[in-house]
Design a binder for this molecule. Structure first.
Ligand code: ADP
Length: 497
């Protein structure tokens, strides 16, 4: 998992942990490198350097180190006795301090310092107290040492002696020099540790603060944009941590706000249309009523038959207005959720069978067929009274907008993906494809010139409100060959089928 996606709590824990672990690890690594350098990188070179006098004295430690190194080289070097070998170099260094050395094996003396003989050296060693190997003697009288080194080629005996070799003044041990070195190493390592801890701390706390401040900054910018009314600017911080969740929540809120603003805009638009529709649709019958009433008053309707015809027309227009006001009232109640709905679990197959004769009776000049998917029930939750309103309006529309004197309406009922789908298909005048949505707006008429007489333009708007109140959907599909398809989808109610 990426650092960015960790929870803030974990980030803080991890960073604090790392602040300790990383410097400790680096310090240990540095120490390991230094130690490895001391232990492995030295070789004879370091040993030779160790033979240099410390403050004018050669310490016991240095002498022992030199003898040990010569032994080691005898074992390790391929031909330790060749010219310029490391072993010879070590011997030479030892000789520079005034010590004579001899190396012998079964075959005889293999190495002997200049200016002495093997016998003299042996004797000196014996006299100084180094009579057997291994021994290391250092007294006021001098220095002597014997060692035996076993190699694959055989055993070598090393004898070194220096009568009168200066004894170190006072307490003088190699340890002191190591202490001095250790002090330097400790100071360097401590300083490095402090620097490493500081750098790690700065780096990690920067990373942590960035991971917190980054989303906060982005959130701040998005809020500013939101305050200015720009609802299209996303926060743009995609992480799974707590702050990422906050940013995600903020984005969701912004999208909802945007949707609600669009809805509000649409709603305002619809209200404007509604008012324009009402004014227009009321003015037509009112003007007509005015005309006929003044006709009667002015004596234009001068015969009883004419007067009766005028009065009938006035009555019809008043009925139109009444229907429109009823429709508007219903639409407003649905809009405000004031229309009561009594939902019942209903088998639509059974419902269609029961209602069919009544519907047929309303459109005697048209063919009406109901097609169902087998004999099984299709259960939905509906308000039977309101649903009847919807179906009646659809059948009425098919009859109103038929092509000629006759027409055909087919109703299909099928179950589809957990829903009941009811399709009303007629072979009437139909609508254009771009009107599929518009016909559900109040007062919209596909052909105003032909339709004002036929309807209020509220039927489908009411039908959509009712279907949506019942948890369903309604939409239209223009048919190119003519006619119209209206589909209703209602969620199936569970239980016995
Ligand atoms: P109206 O009372 O005018 O019929 P609706 O809301 O029921 O109001 O219908 C809106 C418009 O949709 C109608 O004016 C008509 O132009 C069109 N329309 C509705 N149903 C049909 C149909 N079956 N065939 C053709 N056009 C239709």
């Amino acid at each position: 998992m990426k650092f960015k996606n960790l929870s803030v709590r974990r980030k803080i824990l991890l960073t604090n942990f790392m602040m300790i672990v990383i410097p400790v690890f680096i310090v240990l690594l540095v120490m390991a490198v230094i130690l490895a350098g001391i232990l492995t990188g030295g070789g004879p070179g370091v040993m030779i350097a160790a033979a240099e006098k410390w403050a004018g004295e050669t310490t016991n430690y240095q002498l022992q180190l030199m003898i040990d190194s010569i032994s080691e080289q005898l074992v390790e070097e391929e031909d330790a006795f060749r010219e310029n070998s490391s072993m010879r170099e070590l011997c030479r260094k030892l000789e520079q301090t005034g010590i004579h050395i001899a190396i012998a094996d079964d075959t005889g003396v293999r190495y002997l310092s200049e200016g002495t003989s093997y016998e003299a050296l042996e004797r000196q060693a014996d006299e100084l107290g180094a009579s057997s190997a291994p021994s290391f003697v250092r007294t006021q009288d001098g220095f002597a040492c014997r060692a035996v080194t076993k190699t694959a080629a055989g055993a070598y005996s090393i004898t070194a002696a220096a009568p009168g070799f200066a004894y170190p003044q006072g307490e003088y041990y190699a340890y002191d020099s190591i202490k001095a070195h250790l002090k330097v190493i400790l100071v360097v390592v401590s300083a490095a540790a402090v620097v490493i801890i500081l750098l790690t701390g700065v780096f990690l706390s920067r990373k942590l603060s960035r991971s917190i401040l980054d989303p906060v900054e982005k959130l701040g910018k998005a809020t500013e944009a939101l305050c200015k009314g720009d609802l299209d600017q996303p926060v743009g911080y995609g992480s799974e941590d707590e702050l990422g969740q906050v940013c995600k929540g903020f984005d969701e809120m912004r999208i909802r706000l945007r949707e609600s603003r669009r809805r509000e805009e649409r709603y305002r638009q619809q209200r404007k249309q509604l008012i324009a529709g009402i004014s227009h649709d009321l003015s037509t019958p009112i003007t007509s009523i005015q005309g006929y009433v003044s006709g009667i008053l002015d004596g234009i309707a001068d015969t009883p038959e004419k007067r009766e015809r005028y009065l009938h027309t006035i009555y019809d227009r008043a009925c139109d207005m009444n229907r429109m006001v009823d429709g508007l009232f219903l639409l407003t109640k649905l809009d405000l959720d004031r229309e009561p709905f009594h939902m019942e679990r209903t088998d639509l197959a059974q419902y269609f069978k029961e209602k069919y004769p009544g519907w047929k009776e309303k459109i005697p000049d048209m063919e009406l067929e109901v097609h169902m998917d087998g004999s099984r029930g299709v259960f939905v939750q509906i308000d039977r009274f309101q649903f009847e309103r919807v179906v009646a309006n659809l059948i009425d529309n098919s009859s109103k907008y038929r092509r000629g004197a006759h027409g055909k309406v087919n109703i299909y009922l099928v179950r589809n993906a957990g829903a009941a789908e009811i399709t009303f298909r007629d072979d009437g005048i139909g609508i254009a494809e771009n009107e599929e949505e518009k016909i559900f707006e109040s007062f919209y008429r596909a052909d105003p010139a032909r339709n004002t007489e036929k309807g209020s333009g509220l039927g489908l708007a009411i039908a959509r409100q009712i279907v949506e109140h019942m948890g369903g959907k309604i939409w239209a599909q223009a048919v190119q060959s003519g006619g119209l398809i209206i589909r209703i989808r209602l969620p199936e109610a569970g239980g016995e089928q």
